[in-house]
Ligand binder design. Structure first.
Ligand code: SAM
Length: 698
């Protein structure tokens, strides 16, 4: 048997070598090229998926699942290592080549089994990071995984959950959280070496994250050398710590040498089935690690900072989402606000979840896109939980139509996006979905995953988490010692109160600066949202889908609970328009003239609305809030200068419901010493201590 056959992923593939498809097949012109799947018959008469790009099989049909378990799980000693995790400990696996997700599914299933067998794993966490340059389109993946659903029924539920969460094929990090299993999956779409280089593990931090186990699962080095390149091994060295392991089916000379050169001790072991050998490796060379982490820190590898209790100040969207992320990692959260949750700018009756778009070549570093995709996945997931508990859904998946009147992207650039994220509707389709009759709809952006977030419902779900406790406290001061933080303030009854915790996160929007002067004193922008109860006649003519123009409008039906936050008629349709935008105004009174501004914005953009939107504004309701914005428009997320325990998450502008969920995940990862779903460069852009925030506003 030739070496190359031996090195291939599968020695049982049909004798005809798959044709090498050198033409990159791209359905859109981003830097992501979807995989082209060829189906070929192996010598047992079964069809197996083959990469059209590289001409190698994704897994052997003979028993790809057993091979995965043998090579990657058993030879990284995952059954033993995962079973022995300490409470709240996070174990990180990094994989080169997500492919069909079979390795991931096998790992997930093992993790589930271990959690059932070992109740002490209840708060331990598994973080699976994978990279993929040529992701498999959902339709192909569904077909491929259907095979495994039949052959391995134990995977059926996991396959369904994976397919449900599978991201659109857009470059960048896509975080999938499976909260029930304490499992986080980050799929970095793009070149593996570039993606690994973006993982932030600030080695000067005493609790920087490291990879515990590597799955080296590129196609055979003879088919695709990029996953076995020096740049990959350099990243492995940077991201590994003593006792990090690696496993691969390949025993190619270049793989052995490269692993040894970056500090791993390698061992050949029995391969799977008829394959004679495979490689396992363990990081033993401390000198190599110091070389790649060239700082003077005395490392305590993979030791999270002691953290069992966090205080969050501010129960708006930032505070609620931060509480949610921390609580899902087993951290006790005391959530404080001087008023009730969502009393400030986050408490609108509905928030339109729609991203600011960017040309696709910027998308992997675009917080709004990454945040929007994560939020829409999270809210859909929470909808399922809400439904099970008989709660009101968090997201009404309406889609949205942007008339591109104030957009920084045109239809040509929209065409670069996969349709499931963004597309342009034909004139007729746009008329049908919107119900508009005379508007010029030839230019439009349709966002199928967009929808209306119900803040009250989101709050209700988050506050049911057993680890989150809300208390009404007006915080007056925060003090930090080496071992803890302490906040002092007054409770509802004006009694003095003090609370200690391991750390504190300030999520107090424009008032954050008052709590700690190191936090930038942001721009304050008043925004008023308006709504009214339409008549049956008006209902027939009002737009049927949320619309964006220079403002936005949406029809929604008020749900039970909405009345707690706003004056709405529950169970009745309401028509919402917004919003005004008034700088340096922190009053929150409701103003007729701002109802009028929102009315005019709509009627100017869509003249046919002139006859429908009432001119008597006396029955309109409204809510005014203060948005917080930095001069560079990025939010503020991170630890304060010269502090170990005081963190901030603020300045979400008007986009809190789109970006707070991913920012909260990143903040939580930084606090707990895990890999964030944002690149190092992005975390620098969000830092409270960035240069742009050193000069106060004039
Ligand atoms: N682990 C996968 C599974 O469980 O199905 C199989 C992985 S397959 C053998 C190798 C994967 O590496 C392919 O999906 C391929 O598209 C991907 N790949 C190839 N070159 C890459 C690169 N430079 N960066 C990231 N992924 C790459």
């Amino acid at each position: 048997m030739s070496k190359s056959t031996f090195e291939s992923k599968d020695i049982y593939t049909s004798s005809s070598t798959p044709s090498k498809n050198t033409q990159l097949l791209s359905t859109h012109s981003s830097n992501i090229t979807p995989a082209k799947i060829d189906w070929q018959m192996d010598d047992t008469g079964n069809m197996v998926p083959v990469s059209g790009e590289f001409g190698d099989v994704y897994f052997s049909h003979a028993d790809g699942l057993a091979e995965s378990r043998h090579v990657f799980l058993a030879h990284n000693q995952l059954p033993e290592r995962l079973a022995n995790l300490a409470p709240k400990q996070c174990f990180t696996i990094a994989e080169l080549g997500f492919g069909t997700g079979l390795n991931f599914l096998a790992t997930w299933q093992l993790w589930q089994q271990l959690r059932v067998q070992n109740p002490k794993l209840a708060t331990a966490k598994l973080h699976f990071i994978s990279t993929e340059k040529f992701p498999i389109p959902l339709a192909d993946l569904t077909q491929i995984l259907a095979l495994w659903g039949q052959r391995a029924p134990e995977l059926t539920t996991l396959i369904e959950l994976l397919l449900e969460a599978y991201p659109p094929l857009i470059a960048g990090c896509h975080r999938l959280n499976f909260f029930d299993d304490n499992l986080t999956v980050d799929i970095w779409l793009g070149d593996a070496a570039e993606s690994l280089a973006k993982l932030a593990n600030n080695p000067s931090s005493s609790h920087a994250p490291y990879v515990d186990a590597w799955f080296l699962d590129g196609f055979a080095p003879s088919c695709n050398s990029t996953l076995w390149a020096d740049s990959i091994f350099a990243q492995m060295q940077r991201l590994s710590c003593p006792n990090t392991t690696a496993a691969t089916y390949s025993c190619a000379g270049i793989v052995k040498r490269a692993l040894q050169d970056c500090g791993f001790q390698i061992k050949k072991v029995q391969g799977f089935g008829r394959k004679r050998e495979m490689l396992t490796a363990i990081m033993t060379d401390a000198a190599k690690l110091e070389e790649s982490n060239s700082d003077s820190t005395d490392h305590t590898y993979n030791q999270p900072a002691h953290n069992s209790h966090s205080i969050i100040i501010g129960a708006g969207v930032s505070g609620l989402l931060t509480a949610w992320s921390l609580a899902n990692r087993g951290i006790q959260v005391t959530l404080l606000d001087k008023s009730a949750p969502l009393a400030g700018a986050s408490g609108n009756p509905r928030a339109l979840l729609a991203p600011k778009m960017t040309p696709i070549h910027h998308v992997d570093e675009h917080l709004h896109t990454i945040g929007y995709l994560y939020s829409s996945r999270l809210y859909r997931r929470l909808n399922i939980d809400a439904e099970k508990s008989g709660l009101v859904p968090i997201l009404e998946p309406t889609g949205a139509l942007d008339l591109l009147m104030k957009a920084n992207i045109g239809t040509e650039q929209i065409a670069d996006y996969p349709d499931e994220m963004a597309t342009t509707l034909s004139y007729e389709q746009a008329q049908n979905v919107s119900g508009l009759k005379t508007q010029d709809l030839s230019e439009n952006l349709y966002l199928p995953k967009s929808g209306l977030v119900n803040p009250q419902a989101l709050k209700a779900t988050i506050l049911t988490h057993p680890l989150i406790h809300f208390q009404q406290v007006d915080v007056k001061s925060i003090s930090e010692t080496e071992a803890s933080v302490c906040i002092e303030g007054n409770n509802q009854n004006k009694q003095a109160i003090s609370i200690n915790a391991d750390n504190v996160v300030i999520c107090a929007a424009f008032e954050s600066h008052q709590l700690d002067k190191r936090i930038f004193d942001c721009r304050k922008i008043r925004g008023q949202l308006s709504w009214f109860t339409p008549t049956i006649e008006q209902l027939k003519i009002l737009p049927k889908i949320p619309l964006k123009y220079s403002g936005y409008c949406a029809l929604f039906t008020a749900q039970a609970g909405d009345g707690q936050l706003n004056t709405v008629v529950e169970e009745q349709p309401q028509f919402l328009l917004g919003a005004s935008f008034i700088r340096n105004d922190t009053d929150i009174d409701i103003r007729q003239e701002e109802h009028q501004i929102s009315r005019e914005k709509l009627v100017t953009a869509i003249p046919e609305m002139g006859s429908v939107i009432p001119t008597d504004l006396s029955l309109w309701q409204g809510r005014a809030g203060i948005r917080t914005q930095t001069p560079d428009y990025h939010p503020i997320v991170g630890v304060l200068a010269d502090s170990k325990r005081i963190w901030v998450m603020s300045a979400m502008g008007a986009k809190g419901y789109a970006i707070a969920p991913i920012c909260a995940e990143a903040l939580t990862d930084m606090m707990l010493g895990a890999f964030a779903p944002l690149s190092t460069a992005m975390l620098v852009r969000l830092s409270p201590n960035r240069t742009r925030l050193q000069t106060p506003l004039t």
